[in-house]
Design a protein around this ligand. Structure first.
Ligand SMILES: [Zn+2]
Length: 122
């Protein structure tokens, strides 16, 4: 089955950005007028984006949360986890379709990854 890697990458980038936005607004971070995110959250968004752009496993993994390679630094990993815990469930209300797709793909990955990994890993 052919997988549109770039489409998946774009979708993941979009999802991550939305979740960080929800987190930033929910915590009433101080933003400069016209900015979508505060400086800290913008940093995390850029960081996540960079990781995604360099991700070599886009074709087999779906979301960073279920990826066995932890390419995030320790601090960044803790921060993004906090953001996801806050923003993830709230996505259901703000972007129900995007959230449902995320949940579905994540569930499928968790239940199918092990088998696929064994084949792909050298
Ligand atoms: Zn923020």
């Amino acid at each position: 089955m052919a997988i549109d890697v770039e489409k998946k990458r774009r979708e993941e980038v979009q999802t991550v950005r939305e979740i960080i936005k929800i987190y930033c607004r929910g915590h009433k971070h101080k933003r400069n007028p016209g900015d979508t995110l505060c400086r800290d959250c913008q940093f995390m968004a850029d960081y996540a984006l960079q990781r995604l752009e360099k991700c070599p496993r886009m074709d087999i993994k779906t979301f960073c949360s279920v990826c066995p390679i932890h390419c995030y630094g320790q601090q960044e990993a803790a921060k993004i986890k906090e953001i996801m815990r806050y923003g993830g469930p709230r996505m259901l209300f703000v972007h129900p379709l995007m959230a449902l797709r995320h949940i579905l793909i994540e569930w499928r990955t968790r239940h199918g990854l092990r088998k696929k990994e064994a084949v792909v890993r050298r």
